[in-house]
Design a protein around this ligand. Structure first.
Ligand SMILES: Cc1cc2nc3c(=O)[nH]c(=O)nc-3n(C[C@H](O)[C@H](O)[C@H](O)COP(=O)(O)OP(=O)(O)OC[C@H]3O[C@@H](n4cnc5c(N)ncnc54)[C@H](O)[C@@H]3O)c2cc1C
Length: 463
């Protein structure tokens, strides 16, 4: 349910895995608002694995990100796609839509989910579309329907956490000429502004005394002008509002991601303040983790434990990211009482190890799925960028683009079994047989997992 970035990415992954997919989306036309615009290194790797990164725009990531507004180099992380990829969410959704259509998924626009009922064999969904109400049946339903998820509400899920304590205004404006402000804390509040090459200026502002928005609805231009002037002293008179809304620091997390045949992913599973581009990236990681597992499950190629590993792997990761977002929210929106903490943090961030750890967390590259102490340090992680030469990397990309697992035969260095999402499932020495691990991860796959023998010459006769 839902054709946002998470629902679309999941639909593509499910199709690659051989599942029949129908995406139900209440909007009749694609979303046009400027929402998220940041793709971090792990998401860039996952999109690149499916051949989608270059379609998103010029391959030109910037290095500088931030933690709670303090500048942080995100280019210095172990990833072939290190850095911050600036991609408007509308562009990401357009590219994913083209991919999903090409793979044969059906996207039904203008159709909203109203209710769900599951039994032992499937899920019955009541929908309301252009030709009125209808009932459809599916083996599984995944709620990718965003932060006010109907699937979470009617599918038997609870979300726990903290409700709104402070709110911000956000607006896209034309006709203004204001300096760029990167998470500036002023005595009267927080101000952020940036103008894109088309002349559109995105501002976000929080006044120190603002509590929850209490369903106040989108702000009027006068509210925006007043708040911005109060915090920064800048005059926004003459601005025209393209789009404006209020958002808050609500932080909620589903207490489970699977209830029988109903699952959650993306903002439907975790609601957080959009700071540092974490929300969208977290959702994309959910989709790439779930897609191949659910596809294998519904096509009878996977045991139940594999589908359950979605919750086991993703929920703790999301909890850690929500804590990171919460810490940044407090440090950004807090008053003078957080200044000593910010000063201490700035001092700590002078140390390379601290900067690196924060950069790994924000980029998503810290993730190790499964046991924290696996028999081989490669297990549960992505491949280190320097493990393969350029020709092998290209061969691997071609194999992973089909959404299959890959056995990397590294000769005397042993073997690595990669899952379809690119994480290492198992590893062994040259004298151990990968067959038991192949049987565990891909038990009933009629197609053999392809083997990539590394270190072979490329077409130019070079190693
Ligand atoms: C207004 C807004 C502004 C944002 N701004 C920023 C930002 O500036 N920076 C940032 O980093 N992040 C921002 N975010 C967060 C970011 O956009 C989300 O994290 C990201 O879109 C999550 O993707 P998703 O696919 O999980 O959910 P969504 O993108 O919300 O997609 C959910 C989809 O489900 C559909 N849907 C909902 N209910 C139903 C139903 N009952 N039946 C059928 N379809 C349904 C919706 O129409 C929607 O298309 C913003 C989010 C919102 C909502």
């Amino acid at each position: 349910m839902g054709a946002g970035p998470v629902g679309l990415a999941l639909a593509g992954e499910l199709r690659l895995g051989g599942a029949q997919v129908e995406v139900v989306e209440q909007r009749a036309t694609p979303m046009t608002e400027s929402r998220a615009s940041t793709v971090h290194a792990l998401s860039a790797e996952l999109l690149d694995q499916r051949g989608l990164l270059t379609a998103l725009g010029p391959p030109d990531p910037v290095r500088t990100g931030h933690f709670a507004g303090l500048p942080l180099d995100l280019g210095d992380v172990p990833s072939p796609r290190a850095g911050v990829w600036k991609v408007p969410q509308t562009r990401l959704e357009a590219v994913l839509t083209g991919w999903v259509h090409g793979l044969g998924a059906v996207v039904r626009r203008g159709t909203a989910l109203r209710s769900l009922r599951q039994d032992a064999d499937g899920v019955e969904a009541r929908l309301e579309g252009p030709s009125g109400p209808e009932t459809v049946r599916a083996d599984y339903v995944v709620g990718c329907d965003g932060q006010d998820s109907t699937v979470a509400r009617v599918g038997g899920f609870d979300l726990a956490g903290t409700g709104p304590q402070r709110h911000l205004l956000r607006a896209d404006l034309t006709g203004v000429d204001v300096p760029t402000r990167r998470f500036e804390r002023h005595p009267r509040g927080l101000a952020v502004s940036a103008t894109d090459p088309s002349g559109l200026t995105r501002i976000m502002v929080h006044r120190r005394n603002w509590g929850p928005a209490n369903d106040a609805g989108p702000p009027a231009l006068d509210d925006i002008i007043d708040a911005w002037h109060d915090v920064t002293g800048d005059d926004l008179s003459g601005a025209r509002v393209v789009w404006a809304d209020r958002f808050d620091d609500t932080c909620l997390h589903a207490t489970r991601y699977r209830n029988g045949r109903i699952l959650l992913a993306g903002d439907a599973a975790h609601r957080q303040m959009p700071v540092g581009g974490q929300a969208l990236n977290l959702g994309l990681h959910d989709a790439f983790n779930l897609g191949w597992k659910l596809a294998a499950h519904v096509t009878g190629r996977a045991p139940d434990w594999l589908l359950d590993s979605y919750d086991e792997e993703r929920r703790p990761e999301a909890a850690r990211t929500l804590a990171l977002i919460r810490a940044q929210t407090l440090l950004l929106l807090g008053g003078p009482e957080v200044e000593p903490l910010r000063t201490l943090l700035a001092e700590l961030m002078a140390y390379p190890a601290v900067r690196r750890q924060l950069a790994l967390r924000i980029s998503g590259l810290h993730i190790r799925y499964g046991s924290p102490t696996p028999p081989d340090p490669a297990v549960g992680r992505r491949l280190p960028p320097d493990l393969l030469g350029p020709a092998d990397q290209e061969r691997l990309r071609t194999l992973l683009a089909t959404g299959r697992g890959v056995l990397l035969d590294r000769g005397k260095a042993g073997w690595l079994l990669l899952r379809p999402d690119g994480y290492t499932a198992a590893a062994g020495t040259a004298d151990t047989d990968p067959a038991p691990e192949l049987a565990r991860w891909f038990p009933a796959d009629p197609r053999p997992v392809p083997t990539l023998t590394t270190g072979q010459e490329d077409s130019h006769g070079q190693m």
